[in-house]
Design a protein around this ligand. Structure first.
Ligand code: C2E
Ligand code: CA
Ligand code: CA
Length: 898
């Protein structure tokens, strides 16, 4: 469908693009009226113009002929005077005056008369004012001569002027020749009679001055002998405007009088517009009704078009609605509650399974189709909508004739029709599919949720594994950290107590009976802990044989201490492992807080300090964190800072304690021992800082410093010609595990057999430190000897130690000291020496405090001796003088030798 074509039939065509057809008559009328108007206007103006010109001309003619006749009249009078002179040529002044006075007879135009016989003025009238002229010889007057002669020669009057008069104003001069008749019929020239005529008088009489009130006037004289024309009256500019003119002959001249109205010919501006206004008014009276009619027609047309468009839109809308209802299978119904009448469209019938053309549906059809289970509710909802004013919204099932069940959704709205009757109109549609889909979705959602729950469980299991210790099932360190962090995040729980538990002698069992036994002990310990804490307490295993209990229950100090004591007792009970009765002890450190602002992590640190104290005080006991411990901790912290500073300032130096051959007492080696040359406290021994340095993880650094100084010292002694063979340095477990150690040692200039590393027997070489064994192998491969230090104090299995095949064993001074007084102790030392010798391991005894000790040890077969009896540790400066002085050698012995 073409909109353009439809439009052209509906919309009025336009002329000139903007005037609608309805305005054509009005438009034509306006054009015609404008034509008429213009013509009438033109006609009106030109008629007025002509009329005015004619009137003007008429007036001018009158003036002109009056002028003419007056001049002629004057000439006539003068002629009469001439005739008198001809008759009385010898008259004298008195007679002349009398005659002239008679002739003029009070005539005002003639100002004076002069008679000049023989061209010399002899008589004048009036006499008195003109006596001056008497005797004037015209032949001698250049202004008069020509005119006078012309009058004589032409025998005709000569009129000249205008001339300015002596008495003011202008005048015409009329000159008449006077001839005296003679007997022979000839005439003899007598002279001239001249008179002056007042022009003002002439003008006045002719009406010229009168006319000047309304008109512009001008007079021009045209002389016959070709002189330029000359204006002598009025406005000479008049010649150049629209005017009229008449001419008259005055003597030898022709005068042209011009005239034009002051406002010009034609109508005044106001007159023109008044006329035009009248015309316009007349036109408006004709045209306006036509425009109005056009407007009405246009409006009508527009309304028609609008109506058409609305109809079209309506048609389109209902078409769309039809299509929409058709495709969506939505049925429309209308219910009239007053008449209890229900109207269904065809689709409603399809929805409810009624034959299409059967009959009109009724309320009963709907009720019959409802599913029995939904009947009551559907019914109620519909009634509510029908009685109330509001919306109708319902969903119900209907049962088809074939027994199939469908879900129907119904929506309706009440409205009042044009007759004021309330009705409800609404729609129904089949939502069976939707509902099925929703059910499917719900099912899928449930499944997904189930899966999520499974995943969650798996995740929990995994997390549990990550947060628990596999062996004991207790929470691990990570879990503990989380619990503590959570407690810090959640305010309010002020009362917290932390117990840090460490099993005593656990390592011994592990080393002697193996890991399996250790595992049994740990499981037993975990069980014992769980049994002896309160339900809300949190128990974790945080390391090999370390446990933590976090108690959030408020309780007195005694209650917690009692619990700790109970735990120590429970943990100390013996456990049977493959017939062995295994027994461990436990040390416990306790720390509590009652102030929520104190970080829980600090409690763990404090409990650790208390635990350390418990162990220091002999193990198998409970120690509570207190002010003293806190102060110690603070001191330790201070010392730690001081150590770091000391390291930077190179305050750590090496002292050297000589080692002697047990038989010859010659110095064979040195042990390098760390000292701190403190700027304030002076020289500090190893026991004051080594433990803290170890915790600070700077022990390896100190070891390295000492090693370098030891190598330097050995070199120095060698250069000094001293027979010292070797130097020993103590090496910490930290140093052993240090990264890049082997590479750094390899770079040092070490002669095989000149350097020993002393390893503490308490260092655990197997178990989780098992990696130390290959490390020691590498050190040995560099030509560095290995010595086991403090031998006999630790609980290391001798088998493990021997696997390291050390070069020497250093028997601890705790074992050496009693040998002087105790036979069994001597036996013990002897057996150690024997084992060593049988394996080719050299024996060093330390803590040799008396020469008696030295003798016994020599006799027991010990190779080397070290102790205060022979030499104390000394500074490098003291070393050389000491070695040279040889003061340690026993004098009597020397005498004997000598
Ligand atoms: P140690 O390896 O057993 O060193 C011998 C210790 O015994 C030294 O104490 C020494 O002064 C002392 N001593 C020597 N002869 C006698 C004696 O006849 N009677 C008594 N009662 N004591 C004697 P010091 O220098 O205080 O060192 C203590 C411990 O510190 C050393 O025991 C060693 O384990 C450690 N140590 C010392 N220097 C270093 C070092 O540079 N690195 C490492 N890792 N540990 C070191
Ligand atoms: Ca040592
Ligand atoms: Ca030692």
């Amino acid at each position: 469908m073409s909109d353009g074509a439809a439009e052209s039939t509906k919309r009025p065509r336009r002329i000139l693009g903007f005037v609608s057809l309805h305005y054509v008559p009005a438009f034509v009328a306006i054009v015609a009226m404008v034509g008429i108007l213009v013509y009438a206007d033109w006609q009106h103006q030109s008629a007025a113009y002509q009329e005015q010109r004619l009137a003007s001309l008429d007036r001018l003619n009158q003036i002109s002929s009056k002028l003419q006749s007056d001049i002629q009249g004057n000439l006539h009078l003068m002629r009469g005077l001439v005739a008198t002179i001809e008759a009385l040529p010898d008259m004298q002044q008195a007679q002349f005056s009398q005659i002239a006075d008679q002739v003029i007879q009070g005539q005002t135009q003639i100002i004076n008369v002069a008679a000049a016989p023989g061209l010399v003025v002899r008589m004048v009238h009036p006499y008195a004012p003109n006596t001056a002229v008497l005797g004037l010889d015209y032949m001698k007057s250049p202004t008069q001569r020509e005119a006078v002669l012309m009058a004589r020669d032409t025998s005709a009057p000569v009129i000249t002027g205008p001339v300015n008069l002596v008495q003011g104003g202008q005048g015409l001069i009329i000159r008449l020749p006077v001839f005296l008749p003679r007997e022979n019929g000839k005439r003899e020239f007598w002279g001239v009679l001249s008179s002056v005529v007042s022009l003002e008088a002439l003008y006045n009489r002719s009406g010229l001055l009168e006319a000047q009130r309304t008109e512009r006037l001008a007079i021009r004289a045209e002389t016959r002998d070709g002189l330029p024309p000359e204006y002598f009256f009025g406005d000479k500019a008049l010649a150049s405007v629209d005017n009229i003119s008449v001419s008259l002959d005055v003597g030898r001249e022709t005068w042209v009088i011009y005239a034009a109205p002051k406002s010009g010919f034609g109508l005044s501006f106001a007159d023109i517009w008044l006329f035009r206004l009248q015309l316009l008014l007349a036109e408006a009276i004709v045209v306006l009704p036509m425009v109005w009619a056009g407007r009405l027609m246009q409006e009508r047309q527009r309304n028609l078009v609008m109506l058409h468009e609305r109809e079209e839109a309506m048609r389109l809308l209902s078409h769309r609605l039809q299509v929409a209802l058709e495709t969506s299978q939505i049925g429309v119904w209308e219910y009239d509650p007053t008449a209890n009448l229900l109207v269904w469209d065809e689709r409603m019938k399809v929805l409810y399974g009624l034959p299409a053309l059967a009959r009109t549906a009724c309320y009963q059809d709907w009720k019959d189709a409802l599913h029995p289970a939904d009947f009551a509710q559907a019914q109620r909802e519909f009634t509510e909508a029908a009685t109330g004013a509001g919306e109708y919204r319902s969903e119900f099932r209907v049962v088809g004739k074939d027994g199939s069940i469908r879900f129907i959704r119904a929506i309706g709205n009440a409205y009042v029709d044009s007759k004021g009757r309330k009705k409800i109109v609404g729609v129904n549609w089949d939502v069976t599919e939707d509902i099925r889909l929703q059910a499917d979705l719900r099912r899928a959602k449930r499944q997904a949720e189930d899966q999520n729950r499974e995943l969650e469980k798996a995740h929990l299991r995994m997390e549990n594994a990550a947060l628990h210790d596999a062996l004991t099932g207790l929470p691990n360190r990570r879990y503990l950290d989380q619990v503590l962090a959570d407690m810090d995040g959640a305010p309010g729980e002020a009362d917290v107590t932390v117990l840090h538990i460490d099993l005593d002698r656990f390592k011994d069992i592990n080393d002697t009976l193996g890991h399996a036994a250790g595992d049994v002990i740990l499981k037993h310990a975990a069980q014992a802990l769980k049994l002896n804490v309160r339900g809300s307490d949190f128990v974790a295993r945080i390391g090999g044989d370390e446990f933590v209990v976090v108690s959030r229950m408020p309780g007195t100090v005694e209650e917690h201490s009692d619990m700790a004591t109970r735990l120590v007792e429970a943990l100390s009970k013996s456990v049977d492992y493959e017939g062995h009765e295994c027994r461990v002890g436990a040390s416990i450190g306790i720390a509590s807080r009652t102030d929520a602002s104190e970080p829980v992590e600090q409690l763990l640190v404090d409990a650790d300090i208390a635990l350390y104290e418990a162990k220091r005080r002999g193990r198998n006991r409970v120690e509570r964190f207190n002010e003293t411990l806190r102060l110690n901790a603070v001191n330790t912290k201070k010392t730690a800072d001081d150590i770091l500073r000391g390291l930077e300032q190179n305050e750590f130096v090496s002292f050297f304690q000589p080692q002697f051959d047990a038989t010859t007492l010659e110095v064979v080696g040195l042990e390098a021992l760390a000292r701190w040359d403190h700027p304030v406290k002076g020289l500090l021994g190893a026991d004051t800082f080594l433990k803290i340095a170890e915790n600070l993880k700077v022990l390896a650094a100190i070891d390295e410093i000492i090693l370098n100084q030891a190598l330097m010292q050995l070199n120095r002694l060698k250069l000094a010609g001293m027979p010292v063979q070797k130097v020993s340095v103590n090496i910490s477990a930290q140093r052993l595990r240090e990264e890049g150690l082997i590479e750094r040692l390899a770079a040092l200039p070490i002669l095989p057999g000149t350097l020993s590393f002393e390893l503490l027997e308490s260092t655990s070489f197997d178990g989780h430190d098992g990696e130390l064994v290959p490390q020691i192998e590498k050190i040995r491969a560099l030509g560095i000897d290995i010595e086991i230090d403090d031998f006999g104090t630790g609980y290391a299995s001798i088998v493990t130690l021997l696997k390291l095949t050390p070069r020497r064993l250093k028997i601890d001074r705790q074992l050496i000291q009693p040998i002087v007084d105790s036979e069994p102790q001597q036996q013990l030392v002897r057996s150690i020496i024997d084992i060593g010798r049988s394996r080719g391991i050299e024996i060093v005894a330390e803590g040799v405090e008396t020469m008696r000790h030295a003798e016994i040890l020599r006799d027991l077969g010990c190779h080397y001796l070290q102790g205060y009896a022979l030499a104390r540790p000394m500074s490098p400066a003291d070393l050389l003088p000491f070695l040279k002085a040889r003061n340690w050698m026993p004098q009597p012995l020397l005498e004997n030798v000598g």
